[in-house]
Design a protein around this ligand. Structure first.
Ligand SMILES: [Zn+2]
Ligand SMILES: [Zn+2]
Length: 253
């Protein structure tokens, strides 16, 4: 039973890990322009074929100086508009939708399209390291008591090191997991949290349930696997490249 649990969690861990690594975190679509008709000045739309090849340089400059378009953000490095909650990653050298952070462990940015997979990777790594720690606990306890240990000195040393390493991993990942659970519950990315945008009226905080669904989707069958249902892909704001739904009483940007 223990071995079966170990193998199943390992499969989920590896699946989640490679999903984070190979999934594009979300780039800004070419020729994306903000929909400036919207009152917020931040809602976006896909630029149609009519805009292809049109030099937007002059218009862009004009928009940026006009006070009424203060909400519009522009990336000088990518030379393009930035959709809401998008940030430029200096490692990837491009703008990433709803960027959370650039992760060296997965050699990729964690953003709109792979954030859920990253959280599942953390979750399964925590489960796996905890399972190993708990299964080796009897040997660890026996080391400090008078109990007889039916292991060779070599096995004992390996078990001891494995126990300590797994315990250290499990505890550090638990801290990271708790931090991300609170971020998801408040609909905040790590970058936004550092930018101190977690005021009591954080504009994207729509309650923990909706906030959770915006990352994990509405279909419960998909919550624990690194994938989304077709319906979720169609409604999730992260995949639409538009302004995210905001709370009615929000007043900050
Ligand atoms: Zn950029
Ligand atoms: Zn990056």
């Amino acid at each position: 039973m223990l071995v079966l649990n170990f193998v199943m969690q390992l499969v989920m861990l590896v699946w989640s890990y490679f999903s984070v690594v190979i999934t594009d975190p979300g780039g800004v679509p070419p020729n994306w322009i903000p929909n400036l008709d919207e009152e917020s000045g931040g809602a976006g739309q896909w630029a149609g074929s009519d805009n292809d090849g049109v030099d937007l340089g002059a218009n862009q400059s004009a928009m940026l100086i006009e006070p009424k378009h203060q909400g519009v953000r522009f990336c000088q490095k990518c030379n393009q508009f930035k959709p809401p909650r998008c940030h430029h990653c200096s490692v990837c050298r491009r703008c990433i939708l709803k960027m959370d952070h650039h992760c060296v462990w997965v050699v990729n940015c964690v953003g709109a399209f792979n954030y859920k997979y990253f959280l599942l990777f953390l979750f399964y790594t925590f489960l796996e390291t905890t399972l190993v720690t708990v299964s080796l606990l009897p040997i660890f306890i026996a080391l400090f008591t008078d109990d007889e240990i039916p292991e060779s000195p070599g096995n004992l040393a390996a078990s001891f090191i494995t126990f300590v390493l797994n315990l250290a991993f499990a505890l550090s990942i638990l801290g990271f997991l708790i931090m991300h659970i609170s971020l998801v519950a408040g609909n905040t990315t790590t970058i936004e949290a550092f930018e101190k945008k977690t005021s009591p009226k954080w504009r994207y905080d729509l309650g923990w349930k909706i906030n959770f669904e915006q990352v994990f989707g509405k279909n419960k069958k998909y919550w624990l696997i690194p994938a989304y249902s077709k319906d979720d892909l169609e409604w999730l704001p992260s995949f639409q490249c538009v302004e995210y739904p905001t709370r009615p009483d929000s007043d900050d940007l």
